[in-house]
Every structure is written in C-alpha cells, then in structure tokens.
Ligand binder design. Structure first.
Ligand SMILES: Nc1ncnc2c1ncn2[C@@H]1O[C@H](COP(=O)(O)OP(=O)(O)OP(=O)(O)O)[C@@H](O)[C@H]1O
Length: 267
C-alpha cells in the first residue's frame, strides 16, 4: 500500500531514513556553565526532507542558530542524536565532523566570509581547491550563469556589491554539490532587491538541482520562499507550515506567544 501525504511532505514514518538530508532527534544543547548556563536546545527534534527548502524561524534566542550549528556538526550536543543522511554525527570525532562538513555540506552566512585577496572565481572554487580538487567545468559554468556572475569573476570582494558578494558566497556553498546547504540569515546584509534575487536563486536551486537547503531567517517574506517553515520556541520545534506565504508565517509567529504544541517534527 502506498503511504499518502496531504501536502507532499514525507509521511511521519518514512520507509528509509535516506529521505531526510538531516535529522535532529531530541537534541539538548547547553551553552555556558553553572549559573550562566543557557539551555539553547531543550529536546529539539526536526527532520529536513531531501531536495526541499526548509526555513527555520522563531523568536530571538529561541535556538535557531544553535539548531543549525548542531545539524551541521559545527557544535557538539549534550544529548540526543544528529544525523546527516545516515551518518550519526554524535558518533564522529571532531576531525571526522570537519571532513564531513567539507565534503557533504555547504554554508552561507550573513557575513559573506569571502577571502579578500582572492577573485570571485577563486572564492567560488575555494572548497574544492582546499580539498585538492578541481570544479566540474560544466557545473561551474551553470552556477556562474545562474548567479549572473560572469562579468565579475576576476573581481575581488572589495570590488563587488553586497549582493554580488553574497552570490559569490552562494556559488562557493554550491560548487562542490553538497548534500545540504545551510544558510543563516543570508539576506541580512542585503537590500530587499538583492535579497529577493538571492532567495529566488535558493528556491530555484531546490527545484532545478534538487538541492536541499536549510535557512534561518527572521523575515516572513524570506521564509515564504521556502517549501516549509519550522518554528522554534524555547529550544524546541513547536510548529511547522507547508507552502508558506508571508501572511501565514506571520500568523504562526503571532501564535508562538500562545501555549506550545510540543510535537516533534518527523522524529
Ligand atoms: N556561545 C554562547 N554562550 C552562551 N550562551 C549562548 C551562546 N550561543 C547562544 N547562546 C544562548 O543560547 C540561546 C539560543 O541562542 P541562538 O543563537 O541559538 O538563538 P537564535 O534563535 O538563533 O537567536 P537570534 O535570532 O537572536 O540569532 C540564547 O539564549 C543565547 O543567548
């Protein structure tokens, strides 16, 4: 019998774990110690479906960045499990996590983090250069074309606008064809037009290339580019929304002030 879903999401009991690019299961993460300790994640569970664009929202301090850092293996966790594909990050050493990030994940941050002395082309190719590999020329050409960076490839970051720099950062995140791209407030330093162009690209990368993307954002308009939004409050996923619009996202955010639902998503 076929498992049916009402909204195109994977059913809650998937046949295999590989339909999820990443999963957090009952994750607890505390920052600091003693009296200063903050329980940033308090039993957070979330499943990131492969080939979809997921936005993570929630009030300031709700644990969004901590969740993404945990999913990406940038930070260890106190308890629970984090899986990238079928790999349990909690079973890996620090070095193995670093390798996994390099080989399987891509990152776009609010601060573009480009290397000032390298050209746009060199910045895009950097993850592969560091791994001693060369970019696939056809894929690189397609990326540069879609990102509209052709005429700027020889420029250094200081010679590029903020929007162009962020597009270089997106090219760098995608050049190695990672399983999963994490974007933390990627439009935070862009004007609304450059931000919209970047979000359209991230959405199109999902639809055209089957890229899996997880984006943290405060902005309901940005979240509306995603296929699905998950909402964090007090270190837990408390709600989710498929096929969001800015209006439905705003309405859900307003509801976060009401008693929480406490249903883990997809775990
Ligand atoms: N390195 C740290 N040391 C101590 N506390 C931290 C640290 N990082 C985060 N926190 C605390 O953990 C909680 C969750 O932080 P986190 O940055 O994950 O939230 P967020 O939802 O991403 O917030 P924002 O929307 O403001 O960026 C907050 O209370 C924050 O103050």
């Amino acid at each position: 019998m076929t498992t049916t879903t009402t909204d195109g999401q994977p059913a809650t009991a998937p046949a295999t774990t590989t339909s999820f690019a990443a999963r957090a299961i009952d994750v607890v993460k505390t920052h600091g110690r003693g009296e200063a300790a903050v329980r940033a994640l308090d039993g957070a569970s979330v499943a990131i479906p492969t080939g979809r664009f997921t936005a993570v929202m929630g009030p300031s301090g709700s644990g969004k960045s901590t969740l993404v850092h945990a999913l990406a293996g940038l930070d260890g966790i106190d308890s629970g499990r984090v899986l990238v594909g079928d790999t349990d990050l909690t079973e890996l050493s620090e070095r193995e996590r670093t390798l996994l990030r390099r080989e399987r994940l891509g990152f776009v941050f609010q601060a573009f983090n480009l290397v000032p002395s390298l050209t746009a082309a060199e910045n895009i190719a950097l993850p592969l250069t560091l791994a001693g590999k060369r970019p696939d020329p056809a894929w690189l050409a397609e990326l540069v074309e879609v990102l509209g960076l052709g005429p700027r490839l020889g420029h250094r970051p200081s010679q590029l606008s903020g929007g162009q720099q962020q597009r270089v950062a997106v090219g760098r995140a995608l050049v190695a064809r990672p399983e999963l791209v994490f974007a933390d407030e990627p439009t935070g330093n862009l004007d609304s037009r450059a931000g919209a162009a970047l979000l359209s690209f991230l959405r199109d990368a999902t639809r055209t290339f089957g890229q899996t993307t997880v984006m943290v954002t405060h902005d309901p308009v940005a979240a509306a580019y995603a296929d699905r939004v998950v909402f964090l409050a007090d270190g837990r996923i408390v709600d989710e929304l498929a096929d969001p619009t800015a209006e439905t996202v705003l309405a859900r955010l307003a509801r976060l002030d009401t008693p929480r639902i406490d249903e883990p998503v997809g775990a």
